[in-house]
Design a protein around this ligand. Structure first.
Ligand code: TRP
Ligand code: SF4
Length: 329
């Protein structure tokens, strides 16, 4: 049986947080462990440059750290191909060719483009590269003739553009590319410790690499039910971010107990958070052990990356040969 290819990428912008873990990485691991899929996951370092072009000092380090985090949470280099975008030059070639056939209007009306440009108003994003972000992403995806692209909702417009670009290529030159499907996972809504979306730029994240007292302090400072002022006030676990975390980290029977005890004011938030912190610490322990292992074995890490790059490169070279033939260039 021919396996269906899955492809996804992440920009190396720093350490990964629990939102990344439960929102994306666990889904990546689950897909990897399904027999019918062949998964490709990569560090989108060229994409990081589209907005952080003036701040590249830690780009390589972030890329490596990200792969360490991937390996630590269960991505298996025997099953998944883990690679670095900028090591596969074919992505740049396909990007160039796709940029010839992508109408500017498709890019200008991209909602993510408009949003991020406003959001990051302090950075100058009136660049060609930033506008072309989805064209590069389309090249990443169709290079591997991916069937499915696991992404969050924020990336849906990009996958939709990829589909349009792939159709246009097929129509203009030759039916080479399957039209990829976005794969949306059902993910828990974990907020940052201040109750906003968990995001590096808000400084409200719990990182996969956080340990011990740092973790305890962060959990202790988490927002809870805002109407619960005193321990004697009954709480509303259903709207409490701490409770959402318990649902992931704590055994079902204990979760039920916390739910009832919170509603009847039998447990205080301080105690509830203490328990949560211990569960998270317990759960992340094996992850931290693997992080330490790969930090101590840089050659092994390097070997895994080199191997992934080689596997990706093989496919990219084959695809580009077909592409050049189709375009007659
Ligand atoms: N744009 C994606 C993000 O910011 C990263 C990315 C780049 C990607 N190329 C991709 C995701 C290809 C999926 C497929 O999260
Ligand atoms: Fe949230 Fe726990 Fe406090 Fe209830 S007891 S409001 S679930 S932190």
């Amino acid at each position: 049986m021919k396996k269906k290819r899955i492809l996804s990428g992440m920009r190396p912008t720093g350490r990964l947080h629990l939102g990344n873990l439960h929102g994306a990485l666990e889904n990546w691991v689950a897909l990897q462990n399904e027999e019918k899929y062949d998964c490709f996951y990569f560090v989108a370092d060229w994409h990081a440059l589209t907005s952080d072009y003036s701040d590249t000092e830690f780009l390589r380090e972030f890329g490596k750290d990200m792969i360490i985090d991937w390996l630590s949470v269960g991505l298996d280099p025997e099953k998944s191909t883990l690679f670095i975008q900028s090591q596969i030059m074919e992505h740049a070639e396909l990007f160039t060719l796709l940029s010839m056939i992508t109408p500017l209007s498709w890019l200008e009306r991209n909602p993510t483009y408009k949003e991020i440009k406003t959001e990051l108003a302090e950075k100058d994003l009136s660049t060609f590269g930033f506008l072309g972000y989805p064209v590069l992403q389309a090249a990443d995806i169709i290079m591997y003739k991916a069937y499915g692209v696991p992404v969050g909702v924020d990336q849906l417009p990009h996958v939709e553009l990829t589909r349009e670009i792939a159709r246009r290529f097929n129509y203009l030159y030759k039916e080479i590319f399957p039209i990829p499907e976005p794969l949306l996972a059902d993910v828990p809504k974990l907020l940052g410790i201040d109750g906003r979306k968990m995001s590096k730029s808000y400084n409200n994240s719990i990182y996969i690499s956080d340990r011990g007292d740092i973790l305890r302090q962060k959990v202790a400072s988490m927002f809870t039910d805002p109407q619960r002022m005193r321990k004697s006030d009954p709480g509303r676990p259903e709207i409490c971010n701490v409770f959402t975390f318990h649902q992931i980290y704590t055994a079902q029977s204990d979760v039920e107990e916390i739910f009832e005890d919170c509603r009847q004011a039998l447990i205080g938030c301080v105690e509830c958070k203490k328990r949560l912190a211990e569960r998270i610490i317990e759960r992340l322990k094996p992850v931290h052990e693997r992080q330490d292992y790969f930090r101590d074995h840089p050659d092994e890490l390097q070997g895994i990356i080199a191997d992934g790059n080689a596997r990706a490169s093989l496919i990219a070279r084959m695809t580009m040969k077909e592409v050049r033939d189709a375009i007659k260039i």
